[in-house]
Design a protein around this ligand. Structure first.
Ligand code: XMP
Length: 511
């Protein structure tokens, strides 16, 4: 399959560039810049994109271009730092500006070919840079400028090496996708081969070759990643796949029944092993108040239960996991495996002594691609669009000790919250929406009686990836309806509050 490689110099936009290229149905990989080497000669690689960077090429310690990048003589597009790096390496001049250019600018294309083919001569583009190109390398031509940026786009004589100062990958550059398409199709000559159908075929073939014989096991959570990985693998190896679904008692209202019935419909009843471990988890969590302690216990008990069940299956050699591309990129990133807050969330790492070979059929896919694949595989929409749900489940949404009574209250409150939100147009824009139980009693009046009940919290946020989040501007009417219904219908709750803190400084979950 034709492929574009992005050499990552640490820009916050690198993943976005990759997603944009893949939206054009061209496969694209992100490599940390220092891994660029002889592999670039691989004939599948049709072009190279050099990303932006927080560095300045004028810094002594700035990351440089590896020799092979120019030596392979493939089409290159440098974006922002990538362009400055090319100019600098090829003998041009880049200087530090006194001020940063940031925001929308009007770009004048001086040629209507190459990356600007069929695009007209004026367009809006998004700029974010401190340094600027002052002199071009020999043989280079300026192909676009803005009122403040003399060299907004450049190319070499043959039209093989291109550089742009602006960011085509962000939505503030309305024609950005067309510019990328011109590069990928016209300049690199890629074919649009990265479609859900072709990915499915390719992955099924790959799983078959990895798991030639023997049995595989996987843990189902009900989330889109684990379900998609299971369905793909089932298509590849059929009955040699065994799925274990552990009910830890920390799921939302009706969730375990829903996951089970969906999975049985998709894979057949025999493929799913259901383990009711509700009491075991609850017992282990008794008296535990600290959130990290809760996470550790839940992770440990999960592994114990999973291992017991896997043993019952007899000889199993493979473990299926729904790892996706962002996790893979993160583990080999320019900055090294970083201590992103997210990493501690991956509960359920299985012990070494199980000696299982990992199968990760989604490891080259972004979340939106997993969803497209899931739809193509006939996975129901409610799974495909399910909001992210933490591994430790409701345990981190009850502040303090987890008890069955509190779980019951939280489940009821959470169900009402989402029933009402689902009716509102904002629901589709929400990253997560849920209830949190604060087991602190607050005074109220109901009829003539004084009440003394728990506080319920509504948490609803918008986010791209969970790393940052903004609280959702839900309408007053919907908020009003939720508060009334929860306090009237959930016996343990006497007061509802709405959490209006964004992330940072607050996290999305309360614990
Ligand atoms: P925070 O609360 O850190 O959450 O802002 C960011 C995203 O991660 C989810 N989350 C978890 N997921 N195990 C998980 O699998 C966990 O322990 C965990 N804690 C938080 C959270 O729901 C949000 O999507």
């Amino acid at each position: 399959m034709d492929k574009i490689v992005i050499l990552d110099y640490g820009s916050q936009y690198t993943q976005l560039i990759a997603r944009r290229i893949r939206e054009l149905q061209v496969y694209c990989e992100i490599w940390p810049y220092h891994l660029a080497g002889h592999d670039l000669y691989d004939s599948e690689i049709k072009g190279i994109i050099i990303s932006g960077s927080p560095y300045s090429v004028t810094d002594e310690k700035a990351p440089r271009l590896k020799e092979e990048v120019l030596a392979v003589e493939k089409p290159i597009l440098g974006i922002c730092y990538g362009m400055q790096l090319l100019v600098n390496t090829l003998g041009g001049k880049v200087v530090r500006s006194h001020s940063r250019e940031y925001g929308k600018s009007l770009l004048y294309a001086l040629e209507k070919k190459g990356i600007f083919e069929n695009l007209g001569s004026e367009m809006v583009c998004w700029m974010s840079h401190g340094d600027s190109v002052k002199e071009l390398p020999e043989g280079f031509t300026c192909v676009a400028r803005t009122d403040t940026c003399e060299y907004a786009a450049v190319r070499d004589q043959k039209g093989r090496i291109w550089g742009i100062q602006f960011h085509p990958e962000v939505s503030h550059t309305p024609l950005g996708q067309e510019i990328l398409a011109n590069f990928v199709f016209n300049i690199c000559g890629c074919a649009a081969q990265w479609t859900p159908d072709s990915i499915i075929k390719q992955q099924i073939q790959w799983i078959r070759s990895e798991v030639e014989s023997g049995e595989a096991v996987c843990a189902l959570s009900g989330g889109v990643d684990s379900v998609t990985a299971a369905v793909l693998t089932y298509r590849a190896i059929g009955n040699r796949l065994n799925c274990i679904f552990v009910n830890n008692g920390l799921l939302r209202k009706g969730e375990s029944e829903q996951v089970l019935s969906n999975m049985r419909a998709l894979l057949g009843k025999e493929r799913i092993i259901y383990v009711d471990a509700r009491e075991r988890f609850l017992k282990e969590l008794r008296g535990v108040l600290d959130p990290e302690e809760k996470r550790k216990i839940i992770g440990r008990v999960f592994v114990e239960v999973f291992e017991e069940e896997a043993k019952r299956l007899g000889e199993v050699q493979y473990l299926l996991q729904g790892t996706t591309y962002p996790d893979v990129i993160e583990s080999v990133s320019v900055w090294g495996p970083s201590a992103r807050i997210k990493t501690h969330h991956n509960v359920g790492g299985l012990p070494e002594h199980m000696k299982l070979t990992l199968i990760e059929p989604l490891k080259f896919l972004f979340k939106d691609e997993v969803r497209k694949l899931a739809l193509e595989l006939g996975i129901p929409e409610e799974i495909v669009w399910r909001q992210p749900f933490p591994g430790p489940g409701l345990a981190v949404r009850i502040v303090g000790e987890v008890t069955e009574e509190r779980l019951e209250i939280l489940r009821d409150m959470d169900a009402i919250i989402n029933q009402e939100l689902e009716k509102s147009p904002i629901y589709k824009k929400l990253w997560q929406s849920f209830g949190v139980l604060v087991p602190v009693r607050s005074v109220g009046v109901m009829g003539d009686e004084r009440t003394y009940k728990y506080v319920g919290v509504l948490r609803a946020v918008m986010s791209e990836d969970g790393m940052t989040a903004d609280w959702a501007r839900i309408s007053y009417d919907t908020l009003d309806l939720i508060a009334r219904r929860v306090v009237n219908e959930v016996a343990g709750i006497g007061r509802m509050v709405y959490d209006i803190t964004s992330k940072p400084p607050a996290t999305i979950e309360w614990e």
